[in-house]
Design a protein around this ligand. Structure first.
Ligand SMILES: NC(=O)C1=CN([C@@H]2O[C@H](COP(=O)(O)OP(=O)(O)OC[C@H]3O[C@@H](n4cnc5c(N)ncnc54)[C@H](OP(=O)(O)O)[C@@H]3O)[C@@H](O)[C@H]2O)C=CC1
Ligand SMILES: C=C(/C=C/[C@@H](C)[C@H]1CC[C@H]2C3=CC=C4C[C@@H](O)CC[C@]4(C)[C@H]3CC[C@]12C)C(C)C
Length: 568
């Protein structure tokens, strides 16, 4: 990674002032005034024209690299402290988009939340230097100012660059660019012993490859250099109705072969009805005057999945133009369709007006807060599973027969997807009904199966274990953001213990928790304090309705939702 930082010249300052700090906050909040560190900067005003005028130039922007280094140094000394004390620690950044239980010990975390800046954007090379706690919406906002866009933008605006790189993250462009980590050119990482290392394809390649899907178990990411692509203002979205499972998978696979498509995913509303959504980046509406513009970001806009369903139900192919940010974050309002379950839960009519009125609660940042405070993660079946493409239909058939959970999300993934998913063994089983033909190296289709499952803990665990067993049979790999129900023995049948342990040894990471340590299921048990407060909390947590309200109340109050509560 190059670290030649631009001098304090006027152009640099203009761009620097345009590049405001990315704060891990809901997007509607005012962003703080950016700091301008150069002495001549006060006389400069970064207007849109200024930025547009210099956009074409080759420029390296400095956004307080000294501050970055100072923060990394603090992170490093914390890590060194844990290393000498042999204390395993977790990586904390104030929020999470994982649905696994989050219960971090304050005395065993490394806090990377101040690392939340887009440090620089290189217009000519189309690259950005970004700190790990920059969330997707802030990243997109910054790169858009320079006419650029990350190739893979996860659909929830609060997902961070760091969590995305090490935590397996992707979206409808992943059939083309792979998972998010494939769009990263190099990283700065603090190893478990406090050494700061740069890793890329050219430098420390083994570490760079190993960091993909490592879930913070090889070191702490402190900076990422990522590839960008030219920005276009709209996505021309084409909705293709589908009429069976095979028809959906077939259309999905056909759409990814079409050169013009930048985005492809699909939704199955039932066994016999779905939609494949293909998107193409386009610059202006001028050449496409007859196509209506559709938005999904305002409270009064329809949720994306409802709109897609109503278009697909007409049975004909439909096209629309969607402003780029509305497309990228189209699933934020309502967390795909899962918000609909909250309405059912609280017996609120699920209609346009109530969706407008309750919009605030239905953005994923707020929903994740509610989720973790309510304990609802134990009441939902939540799995995203990447299957060898030829086995996805078999899993959907199975899910239909056993669970009838709909809608299902279908997301095609590039061939290299498996390498970003927690260090698995290669898959050597059959595909598409055929027999074992050696190591599978084809494309994947990710199936998202998410729905409420109210039952005893034993029944809930059994259902999840059944899904995981079917998944293993079909060569599927779980995204590890959600609860894992494998036993340790089953886990190591899927993941490559020898290679992973070797890597951890080589990079002195044995004092960190392993991926298994992080993801293994801890059951529903929760400890409550003694006294009236503890009793009240126990009563609340034992009721689905009350715990839901409690989660929402906590989200509205704000504050942290990941750290264990202080014992008194
Ligand atoms: N479309 C998508 O791709 C979606 C993805 N997700 C999931 O969301 C997660 C990302 O969300 P986000 O809130 O950003 O991250 P999380 O806080 O959920 O962290 C994800 C993992 O990355 C580790 N981690 C986070 N930051 C760093 C860092 N700077 N250095 C090293 N390790 C780090 C965490 O370690 P630790 O466990 O110690 O905290 C954790 O294991 C991914 O796991 C992804 O699968 C969720 C919804 C949709
Ligand atoms: C607000 C409440 C409950 C909310 C849950 C139903 C959602 C909170 C977080 C949601 C999700 C997180 C991550 C996901 C990964 C994506 O790839 C797919 C969607 C999802 C599984 C998504 C599903 C819904 C949530 C679990 C209560 C307190 C009312």
């Amino acid at each position: 990674m190059k670290s030649s930082w631009g001098k304090c010249d006027p152009l640099t300052s203009v761009l620097s002032s345009a590049s405001s700090p990315a704060i891990q906050q809901p997007p509607k909040q005012e962003r703080p005034t950016p700091e301008i560190s150069c002495s001549n900067a006060a006389s400069l005003r970064a207007t849109k024209q200024d930025i547009r005028g210099i956009r074409q130039l080759y420029i390296r922007v400095q956004h307080d690299m000294d501050a970055h280094k100072a923060t990394v140094d603090k992170v490093r000394s914390r890590i060194e402290h844990y290393y000498s004390a042999k204390t395993p620690f977790r990586v904390y950044h104030g929020s999470t988009n994982s649905t696994r239980h989050a219960d971090f010990d304050r005395d065993a975390i490394v806090d990377v939340s101040p690392l939340n800046h887009v440090l620089s954007i290189d217009i000519e090379r189309k690259t950005a230097l970004v700190e790990p706690n920059v969330p997707m919406d802030a990243l997109v906002r910054e790169t858009m100012k320079f006419g650029l866009l990350p190739p893979v933008v996860m659909e929830f605006p609060g997902i961070t660059v760091g969590g995305g790189f090490v935590g397996t993250a992707g979206e409808s462009s992943s059939f083309k660019y792979g998972f998010f980590d494939r769009t990263v050119l190099s990283v700065e990482v603090v190893l478990a012993d406090g050494t700061i290392v740069t890793a890329s394809e050219a430098e420390n390649k083994e570490l760079f490859e190993g960091l993909r899907g490592s879930f913070g178990t090889l070191g702490v990411l402190t900076m990422v250099e990522m590839q960008l692509v030219p920005l276009k203002q709209f996505v021309e979205v084409t909705y293709h109705p589908t009429f069976s499972i095979d028809n959906s998978i077939g259309k999905l696979q056909y759409q990814i072969t079409r050169q013009e498509n930048d985005y492809v995913d699909g939704i199955l509303f039932s066994k016999g009805f779905g939609v494949v959504v293909a998107g193409r980046l386009v610059d202006t509406t001028a050449s496409l005057p007859d196509i209506p513009i559709r938005r999904f970001s305002k409270p009064w806009n329809e949720w994306f999945y409802i709109h897609a369903k109503s278009l697909a139900s007409k049975g004909i192919i439909t096209k629309e133009l969607v402003p780029i940010e509305d497309y990228l974050f189209r699933f934020d309002r309502g967390a795909f369709w899962m918000g609909m379950h909250a309405y059912k839960q609280f017996m609120i009519p699920f209609m346009w007006l109530t969706r407008v009125l309750l919009d605030y609660f239905m953005h994923t940042r707020v929903m994740f807060h509610s989720l973790h405070k309510s304990g609802y993660t134990d009441r939902y079946i939540i799995h995203d599973i990447a299957f060898p493409a030829g086995n996805a239909a078999a899993f959907v058939e199975y899910a239909d027969q056993k669970f009838e959970i709909y809608p299902l999300w279908l997301c095609p993934l590039r061939k290299d997807g498996r390498s970003s998913m927690g260090h698995p063994e290669p898959y050597k089983g059959g595909v598409g009904g055929g027999s074992n033909t050696g190591v599978y190296d084809g494309e994947y289709i990710s199936v998202g199966i998410w729905g409420p499952y109210t039952s005893s803990e034993a029944k809930y665990v059994r259902a999840n274990r059944e899904i995981e067993s079917k998944m293993r049979e079909l060569g599927g790999l779980k995204w590890l953001y959600s609860r894992v129900f494998y036993t340790e023995e089953e886990w190591w049948q899927v993941y490559d213990k020898r290679k992973y342990d070797e890597l951890r040894k080589k990079f002195n990471a044995a004092t960190l928790p392993s991926i298994w340590d992080k993801v293994k299921d801890r059951g529903r048990k929760e400890e409550f304090s003694t006294g009236l407060k503890g009793l009240l909390k126990k009563i609340i947590k034992s009721s689905t309705l009350l715990s839901g309200f409690y989660g929402i109340y906590k989200a509205v109050r704000g504050g942290d939702y990941m750290l264990k509560e202080k014992s008194r």
